[in-house]
Design a protein around this ligand. Structure first.
Ligand code: PGA
Length: 255
């Protein structure tokens, strides 16, 4: 089975002091668990600080984005090697980056390849907008996003995929577990199986994201094809994020 995984996407939130105290508190509450990956995704300027705050625990660190080029005259950008020096994971293709910063399936693909090359685990985000869902295009959009993101990627080994319906992000209205499972098993896992075969495809952690809370997470991870969550707002609250991780661990039978 894929490893249960919960990542907290802090987005463009926290001050330096808040990042420090959030990470230190989470080191105590979730720093020492087995069988479940716990990942913090702070803003770039706090990566070093958060990494130091959780040192000695098994908490992983992720960036929220990166450039795919190695180095050069790209003012304001961050290269794969820079991220790899501080992080284990990198979130790629988040819908906010697709909608606001011109991220495309092609750029996500270049970033996925660059991340794998430097030993980072990409958390590849896919998801349809409300208009796409209402037009009956959700499945074809997700299939296109996942297939293009993985173009030329020959191994499933280090991949993580997050299904985040755009209409569920930050709205307080999550998808239903059944709807999420339909896409995650019926489209994402099916694509992974056709690319990498079983059992490799079934080892890829599939995360649900979009208004995940301590209350809603249980229903999602009770679905066999959902191995964890990508959490936004609730990952900024120590108690909520801790509870979400403990619920996922319990439902998946790990400690
Ligand atoms: P949310 O964000 O949990 O605040 O809806 C999820 C995400 O965008 O990763």
């Amino acid at each position: 089975m894929a490893r249960p995984t919960v990542a907290g996407n802090w987005k463009m939130n926290t001050s330096l002091a808040e990042a420090q105290s959030l990470a230190s508190a989470l080191k105590v509450s979730i720093g020492d668990m087995n069988g479940i990956s716990r990942v913090l995704c702070p803003p770039f300027p706090y990566l070093t600080l958060v990494r130091e705050a959780v040192a000695g625990s098994s908490i992983g660190i992720s960036a929220q984005n990166m450039n795919y080029q190695e180095k050069g005259a790209f003012t304001g950008e961050v290269a794969p090697n820079m991220v790899a020096e501080l992080c284990d994971y990198v979130i790629l293709g988040h819908s906010e980056r697709r909608a606001l910063y011109g991220e495309t399936d092609e750029s996500v693909n270049l970033k996925v390849e660059a991340a794998l090359k430097v030993g980072l685990k990409p958390i590849i985000c896919v998801g349809e907008t409300l208009a796409q869902r209402e037009a009956g295009a959700a499945e074809s959009i997700i299939e296109k996003q996942i297939t293009k993101a993985l173009d030329g990627v020959d191994k499933a080994g280090d991949l993580v995929v997050a299904y985040e319906p755009v209409w569920a992000i930050g709205t307080g209205v999550p998808a239903t577990p059944e709807l999420a499972a339909e896409i995650m098993e019926g489209v994402i896992q099916r694509c992974l199986i056709s690319l990498y075969g079983e059992p490799a495809a079934l080892e890829v952690p599939l995360l649900y994201g979009g208004s995940v809370t301590p209350d809603s997470v249980q229903g999602f991870v009770e679905q066999a094809c959902i191995h964890g969550a990508l959490v936004g707002g609730a990952s900024l609250k120590i108690d909520d994020f801790t509870q979400i991780i403990k619920t996922v661990a319990k439902v998946k039978g790990v400690s």
